[in-house]
Design a protein around this ligand. Structure first.
Ligand code: SAM
Length: 250
């Protein structure tokens, strides 16, 4: 069992960890039910602990760098001086691309080992902007209200515990006019390039733990939270069929 504290994941010139209470995530194998202390985080328990880490290990190359993340960040268009937010940042495939544009990236990530790797990664990438690694979830980012110019999520929506709460939280943190791009690849679609290697085998364990994202539900949640929906449905991102929601804070 790995024991990893949540505090000061990475404190360097270009990577600043947000301190959590000292008793936060005592271990990274704790389940939701084990938690009696007051905190907001930890995402889906399927991602946590050694089992979660081993499950992700085979996807490490795609999670380090991916065409989908590069395309999403390109479409959201972070500008130097902006504050942007990567929801469920993982080990930084989108965060590091955005940071290279000179903006501040709030990398929201509930899983301890992901934050640790991202902390090391951002520390190595000197001069690539400012990355703040935050122990948070889509539903509770801990980021200041109205402080975010643009936000995106790649392959995390199906992990969210509540789409409505995640969208409401987005509406809270976005500045007026703030841009949103939420993308979940459709690995179960036979036209997805990874369908054979991943999607067709995904129905066993994965689908027992995660729900399929309904773009109409996300769109409705965006509208009731005061966001103008630009697009909600199925689209091709970097040659991959995906569920896409693009919106703008009114
Ligand atoms: C498949 S990975 C994608 C990581 C990264 N966005 C990428 O594209 O490489 C899913 C990520 O969602 C995170 N996650 C789990 N529950 C979450 C939640 N409720 N809110 C935000 N992120 C969550 C996991 O810890 C994990 O890092």
């Amino acid at each position: 069992m790995t024991v990893v504290g949540c505090t000061n994941v990475a404190v360097t010139t270009n990577a600043v960890a947000i301190s959590r209470p000292a008793n936060c995530c005592k271990t990274d194998v704790m389940s939701h039910d084990d938690h009696s202390h007051d905190h907001h985080s930890h995402g889906h328990e399927h991602d946590q602990g050694l089992k979660g880490m081993l499950r992700y290990l085979r996807f490490a190359p795609q999670m380090w760098k991916s065409d989908v993340n590069t395309a999403v960040v390109g479409r959201i268009g972070p500008q130097s001086g902006e504050t942007v937010m990567d929801i469920g940042a993982g080990i930084g495939a989108g965060t590091m691309v955005a940071a290279a544009s000179g903006c501040t990236v709030m990398a929201i990530e509930p899983t301890n080992y992901m934050r640790t790797i991202l902390g090391l990664r951002s520390r190595m990438a000197r001069g690539s902007g400012r990355v703040q690694i935050v122990d948070g979830t889509a539903e509770a980012t801990t980021v200041a209200s109205g402080s975010v110019d643009a936000a995106w999520a790649v392959n995390t929506m199906h992990h969210w515990m509540s789409i409505d709460d995640g969208i409401a939280e987005l509406a809270r943190v976005l500045a007026p006019g703030g841009r949103v791009l939420l993308v979940d690849e459709e690995f179960d679609n036979p036209s997805h390039p990874d369908f054979e290697s991943f999607g067709s085998k995904r129905d066993d364990e994965h689908s027992h733990h995660f729900h399929t994202v309904d773009p109409d539900q996300v769109s409705a949640a965006c509208s009731s939270a005061g966001q103008r929906v630009v697009f909600a449905g199925h689209d091709d991102i970097a040659g991959r069929p995906s569920i896409v929601i693009e919106a703008e804070r009114a």
